[in-house]
Design a protein around this ligand. Structure first.
Ligand SMILES: Cc1cc2nc3c(=O)[nH]c(=O)nc-3n(C[C@H](O)[C@H](O)[C@H](O)COP(=O)(O)O)c2cc1C
Length: 182
């Protein structure tokens, strides 16, 4: 068996429309080092993503990055967790077979007793369909903006959207998760 660690460069190129749906009571859990390399994941994670534990442990978390996800979502994620803040996100993830699954994800930094960041943890649940339906066109707009004007352009659109509702990113996502019609 090869000891090469996987990353998004090894992700499937044949993106399909095959959706996997989490069960109502499932939690997907993973932990990473400070660079986003997976140090732990639970069985449901491996099952949904479609990789073995051997493939996942040590792999970069971007292995399951879906091309429909705008860069700006991950920028906000990393800005927050590196500042020792929590982050909530609606994430479309890529499976090993080219399919996908949506999650409502919570991310938090792991701190040592001196308050230094030693890694990160994420826990995810099934989002309601209403949240997925609302975030899809938003991500598409952000992605289109990134294709023409880079992350600066998608960040501007995201900030305008959040200003419109007077929400912080986390509040916006939590509202979608609890069924708000924004
Ligand atoms: C604890 C933790 C969990 C993460 N979970 C995911 C995930 O489920 N899906 C995902 O695409 N990125 C996840 N990320 C973000 C990735 O590290 C990465 O920023 C993202 O996939 C974009 O990768 P790229 O900038 O290399 O394209 C996670 C990061 C951390 C710290």
């Amino acid at each position: 068996m090869s000891s090469k660690k996987l990353s998004k460069l090894d992700a499937p190129k044949n993106i399909t429309g095959a959706e996997k749906v989490l069960n109502e009571n499932d939690f997907i859990v993973s932990k990473t080092d400070t660079k986003g390399n997976i140090t732990y994941c639970n069985e449901i994670f491996a099952k949904m993503a479609g990789y073995s534990f051997e493939q996942l442990i040590g792999a970069n978390h971007n292995l399951i990055r879906h091309p429909d996800m705008p860069k700006v979502a991950f920028k906000v994620l990393w800005d927050r967790i590196q500042s020792k803040k929590e982050f909530f996100g609606l994430v479309k993830n890529l499976c090993a077979d080219g399919g996908y699954y949506w999650v409502y994800a919570y991310f938090t930094p792991d701190l040592d007793t001196n308050g230094n960041i030693i890694g990160y943890t994420s826990v995810r649940r099934k989002p309601p369909q209403s949240a997925i339906n609302q975030i899809i066109p938003i991500y598409k707009t952000l992605l289109d903006a990134e294709r023409s004007g880079g992350t600066e352009s998608s960040m501007k659109i995201l900030n305008e959207l959040l200003d419109k509702y007077d929400f912080e990113y986390n509040e916006f996502v939590i509202n979608l998760q609890i069924g708000a019609n924004l």
